[in-house]
Design a binder for this molecule. Structure first.
Ligand SMILES: [Fe+2]
Length: 276
């Protein structure tokens, strides 16, 4: 497991560096001058190329502005820090308490799908040790080549329809986006993935087309093989999961909802952000 943990001394210095600045750009410029911090960034980038995901433990980040400054070091900022708390009445998948199926983020976006994703836990679940799963597509290919070569061929060639209203929950423009693409593909000589079961289902729900049995079986087998090589990650408060969004899939086990006096809800809270 590619795990990077900050020492207590590093944590203390890091906390001091963050306290001086206000805006994400000020925080970014301040961190840019810290040799120790740049060594951390350089190490994370090198590991990300090889491993495709990293768990960074023991960071002092506590605000969206701080995570935004951190994201600047990895590429073009995708536009927002999404704050997600598990909700009783949730209108999109990110805040649902049920488990989330393996997916990569903004799979519907053919032009600017983010390259790197960041999930930071702000508040841990009040009951469960919530697990994030990660599948590295390179490892899936290695498995399918020998276990199921025909399935691999089908995943590389059969085009699946995805449908969405806007790119993601934050999109102001809720126009219909419809794409038809294979789940696995090659880009720059590397295997990549495009998968979001909710958006595949949404295509069939809204068009009344009947999904062919062969396609649903392909997806069933794909997920079965993915789940066999999935790695488990248990993020604590302050930990950040950094992942190559096109070379991995991720999911999440179920969460709980706490109810306090004054009709107040308490639950797992995360920041999510991206770099292109
Ligand atoms: Fe996600």
């Amino acid at each position: 497991m590619p795990n990077v943990v900050l020492s207590n001394d590093f944590y203390a210095n890091f906390k001091d560096w963050l306290e001086i600045s206000n805006t994400p750009m000020e925080i970014y410029k301040n961190l840019l001058e810290k040799e120790d911090f740049m060594f951390l960034i350089d190490s994370l980038k090198k590991m990300l190329i090889n491993e495709k995901f990293i768990v960074l433990q023991n960071t002092p980040f506590s605000t969206a502005k701080q995570l935004e400054a951190f994201v600047y070091f990895f590429g073009e900022y995708y536009g927002n820090i999404e704050y997600t708390g598990i909700k009783v009445d949730c209108s999109y998948t990110g805040c649902a308490s049920h488990q989330l199926t393996l997916h990569n983020d903004d799979a519907i976006d053919l032009e600017k799908q983010p390259n790197i994703g960041f999930i930071q836990v702000i508040t841990e679940d009040p009951v469960f040790d919530v697990e994030n799963g990660i599948v590295v597509i390179r490892e899936l290919i290695g498995k399918l080549k020998y276990d199921a070569p025909e399935l691999l061929d089908e995943l590389m060639t059969h085009e699946v329809s995805f449908r969405s209203l806007g790119i993601n929950y934050e999109s102001m423009d809720k126009k219909v986006i419809e794409i038809k693409k294979p789940i696995l593909y090659l880009e720059d000589n590397q295997y990549k993935v495009r998968f979001d079961l909710d958006r595949i289902k949404y295509h069939y729900q809204s068009t009344n087309e009947i999904q062919a049995y062969s396609e649903s079986k392909m997806i069933y087998d794909f997920l079965k093989h993915c789940n066999e090589i999935k790695k488990s990650i248990f993020l604590k408060k302050g930990d950040i999961l950094i992942f190559d969004n096109k070379s991995t899939l991720h999911d999440r086990t179920e969460c709980s909802i706490g109810i306090d006096i004054g009709s107040r809800i308490f639950s797992r809270e995360i920041f999510v952000s991206f770099a292109i």
